[in-house]
Design a binder for this molecule. Structure first.
Ligand SMILES: Cc1cc2nc3c(=O)[nH]c(=O)nc-3n(C[C@H](O)[C@H](O)[C@H](O)COP(=O)(O)OP(=O)(O)OC[C@H]3O[C@@H](n4cnc5c(N)ncnc54)[C@H](O)[C@@H]3O)c2cc1C
Length: 374
C-alpha cells in the first residue's frame, strides 16, 4: 500500500487527486491537504466582483466531493516538506505535527508577494480571492466619476482578469450612463504582445480597448503606491480606484529545499517530477514554466503527474509528458471576446479566434467544471 499526499485544493491538486483515485487500486491511500475546504473557481472572480455571480456560484465544498471519490481530505496549513524523512509538516489545522508520505504531489499554487510593492496593502485592490473580489466590487459600486486603473505588477503573470475587469467596468458604466465620467486605464509592465503571448491577440485586444475608450499604457512598472498615485518606472499615475495584480512568487512551503529558482518556482521535468528529488511531483502555478500561470496548465500538469505517479507505484517508467501551451479566453462580454491558443515550446503563431461565442464558451466551461468536480 502506498500513502499519497496531494498538497493544495486548487485546480492542480484536485485534478491530481481525482486522477490518482481513478488509476490506483483501493489498497492505496490518497489524501488531499489544503488550508481551506472550499474550492474556488478563480476565473469567475471577475463576474463575482461585478455582481454577475454569487459566492456560491464560484466555490464548492471539497471535503464531501473528495470523500465521494475515496480521497481523504485534511483542512490544514502546510508549513514545509521534509523529503529526507518523507513527511509534511503542518503549521495548524485539523491535524498537528507531521504527515508521512510515500509519494507527494505539490500543488500549493503561488504566493502573492504584495510586500514587494510599498503601499499595496493600504492603497490597492485586487480580485485574486473571494473576499478581495467582493471588496473590489463594493468599491466599484461607489465610484461614479474619476479614474480607475487596472494592471499587473512586474512578475504578476496573470493578464486575463486585468483585461476582463477593465471591459466589465466599461460595460457597467455604459449601462448606468456614467461612462463619460470615468477614465479607465490599463497599465502593463511590458507590452500587450508579451502579456498575451502573440501579436494577433495583442492587436485584437488593443482594438477592443479602443472601442471601449480604455487607455492602454505599456512598459510601466509600478514600484510603490500612495493613496491616489502609483510611482512607476515612467510618469506617476493618479487614480481614484486601483485594481492591481501583485507580483507572484512560488509557495514558501517549497523553499529551502534547493528545488526552486530565485522566484521560488519548483523545477520539474516534463513528467512533472521535481528535479533532483525522489517520489515528489509538482503541478500548477508553483512550477517553473515560462509565461502566464493558468488553470488549464495546472489541470494538464496534474493529469500528467497522476499518470506517471501511478506508473511509478506500479514499478513502470513514466508514460506521460507535459507540453507547455497557452490557452485562454478574455471575456469582453460581447463580440470582442477572445480565444488564444499557443504552443509555447514552438515558434509558431497562436490560434486566435474572436466573437460572442467565446464569452458563452467560458461560462459553459465554468458550469462543466462545477458539474464534473463538485
Ligand atoms: C481572478 C483570476 C482569474 C483567472 N482567470 C483564469 C482564466 O480565465 N483561465 C485560466 O486558465 N486561468 C485563470 N486564472 C489562473 C488559475 O486560476 C490558476 O492558474 C490556477 O488556479 C492554478 O491552480 P493551482 O492548483 O496551481 O493553484 P491554486 O488554484 O492557487 O491552488 C492552490 C491551493 O493550495 C492551497 N494552499 C496554498 N498554500 C497552502 C498551504 N501552505 N497549506 C495548505 N494549503 C495551501 C490554496 O488554498 C489552494 O487551495 C485566474 C486566476 C485568478 C485569480
Amino acid at each position: 500500500m502506498a500513502k499519497v499526499l496531494v498538497l493544495g485544493g486548487g485546480f492542480g491538486g484536485v485534478v491530481a487527486a481525482e486522477r490518482l483515485a481513478e488509476q490506483l487500486g483501493d489498497e492505496h491511500q490518497i489524501t488531499l491537504v489544503s488550508r481551506n475546504r472550499q474550492f474556488v473557481f478563480y476565473p469567475a472572480l471577475v463576474k463575482l466582483a461585478f455582481g454577475k455571480a454569487e459566492t456560491a456560484d464560484v466555490s464548492f465544498d471539497l471535503r464531501q466531493t473528495m470523500l465521494n471519490r475515496r480521497i481523504n481530505f485534511i483542512e490544514a496549513e502546510v508549513a514545509y516538506i521534509d523529503p529526507f524523512e518523507r513527511t509534511v509538516h503542518i503549521a495548524h489545522g485539523q491535524v498537528e505535527g507531521k504527515l508521512p508520505y510515500d509519494y507527494l504531489v505539490f500543488a500549493l499554487g503561488r504566493r502573492l508577494a504584495t510586500e514587494r510593492i510599498i503601499g499595496f496593502y493600504e492603497h490597492a485592490h485586487h480580485l485574486l480571492n473571494v473576499d478581495k473580489a467582493i471588496s473590489f466590487g463594493k468599491a466599484v459600486k461607489k465610484l461614479h466619476a474619476g479614474r480607475v486603473v487596472f494592471g499587473q505588477c512586474f512578475g504578476a503573470r496573470l493578464p486575463v482578469p486585468v483585461y476582463e475587469s477593465a471591459f466589465a467596468l466599461a460595460r457597467a458604466l455604459e449601462e448606468k450612463g456614467e461612462r463619460e465620467r470615468v477614465r479607465i486605464t490599463v497599465v502593463s509592465p511590458t507590452t500587450l504582445k508579451s502579456e498575451l503571448g502573440d501579436v494577433t491577440a495583442a492587436t485584437a485586444i488593443k482594438k477592443a480597448l479602443d472601442e471601449h475608450q480604455i487607455e492602454f499604457l505599456p512598459n510601466l512598472q509600478i514600484e510603490s503606491l500612495t493613496e491616489n498615485s502609483a510611482v512607476t518606472t515612467g510618469d506617476a499615475i493618479n487614480f481614484d480606484l486601483l485594481m492591481l495584480v501583485p507580483p507572484f512568487r512560488g509557495s514558501s512551503a517549497g523553499s529551502c529545499l534547493g528545488i526552486t529558482n530565485e522566484e521560488g518556482y519548483i523545477h520539474v521535468d516534463s513528467t512533472m517530477r521535481v528535479a533532483g528529488q525522489e517520489r515528489i511531483y509538482a503541478v500548477g502555478d508553483c512550477t517553473n514554466f515560462e509565461g502566464p500561470k493558468m488553470g488549464h496548465m495546472a489541470v494538464r500538469q496534474a493529469e500528467v503527474a497522476a499518470t506517471n505517479l501511478a506508473a511509478e507505484i506500479d514499478g513502470r517508467a513514466p508514460v506521460s509528458h507535459y507540453q507547455h501551451e497557452l490557452k485562454f479566453v478574455i471575456d469582453e462580454i460581447g463580440a470582442d471576446s477572445l480565444y488564444v491558443e499557443k504552443d509555447l515550446s514552438a515558434d509558431r503563431p497562436a490560434t486566435v479566434r474572436q466573437g460572442h461565442f467565446w464569452s458563452w464558451a467560458k461560462r459553459v466551461h465554468e458550469k462543466y467544471w462545477e458539474v464534473s468536480h463538485s
